[in-house]
Ligand binder design. Sequence first.
Ligand SMILES: Cc1cc2nc3c(=O)[nH]c(=O)nc-3n(C[C@H](O)[C@H](O)[C@H](O)COP(=O)(O)OP(=O)(O)OC[C@H]3O[C@@H](n4cnc5c(N)ncnc54)[C@H](O)[C@@H]3O)c2cc1C
Length: 278
Amino acid sequence: MAVDRSVPPATYVVTERITRTIRITELRVRPLGEPMAYRPGQYVLAGAPGDPELRAYSVANIPRPDGELTLLVTRVPGGRVSTWLHESAWPGQELAVVGPYGQFVADAEPTRSDRPALYLAAGAGLAPVLALVEEAVSAGAAAPMTVLFSARAPDEVFCEGTLAYWERRYPSFRFFPTFTQTAVPDELHGRIPVVLAELFDDLSATVVYIAGPWPFADACAAAVRALGAGERRVHIERYQHDGVHPDAGAVLDLRDAARSAPAGDLLVSGSPGSPAVS
Ligand SMILES: Cc1cc2nc3c(=O)[nH]c(=O)nc-3n(C[C@H](O)[C@H](O)[C@H](O)COP(=O)(O)OP(=O)(O)OC[C@H]3O[C@@H](n4cnc5c(N)ncnc54)[C@H](O)[C@@H]3O)c2cc1C
């Protein structure tokens, strides 16, 4: 993807690097200049300094005074930027970062604090969900919050320490992994669209946030709508998984609708038609 060069990237430095799973590496990066002003749930474009090819990565933390951003990067076989990040972005390495972008953000107050929230994620789709939940718990949101994370097996679950802490610290917060290829005693088994109906019978009053690969996001969106989730309360962040998605046209239409809609309407971001990413 070529990048809109009217906004020059800033230089960030990798301060910490954590192997989260066999495919996902966490990078913490800090700006040499001013902290970026962003809203939890948004993404940045990042890549090698001087490389015109940057990619979208959701920020997994709420804004910090030192501007540190946490990125969770899945290694895509043969992928230009994710491979570079996995192979070269060690502590001390400089990165080009520009942003923020995206509309995958929390509903405006007071909606956010008084409605139950359901977050559905797969893979690095957990990144913006972590930021949104951190924002909600930091703000003292008391309404029920549930994160449902889809993984093939337990070794694909990550950041479970933070999630376990939130569960114990905030009675309104619950985290459920569901395993699609491994049956684990006392854990959910199956894809989110299937297990959702075991956990919820009515989502009409719930704000839903969905983040992950295109097919996952689309299947989850259909499932929550079948359980009554209102169009205006479903937020979706689709991670591109190939050059042109067959539904790109339909998604662009939804994006156009979302742009003119008031806060809380159906919001779709991360499509190939994003103004920041061509
Ligand atoms: C809004 C948004 C937020 C995103 N946030 C994150 C994030 O937080 N973490 C993260 O890891 N990724 C995220 N992505 C995906 C990321 O932007 C890149 O698409 C991904 O890292 C691959 O880039 P690449 O340069 O390595 O691969 P490319 O060189 O672009 O692609 C190489 C090959 O891999 C295929 N491919 C590209 N992306 C994927 C993929 N995700 N899965 C499988 N095959 C793929 C391509 O079709 C191509 O054949 C996000 C995408 C969007 C649109």
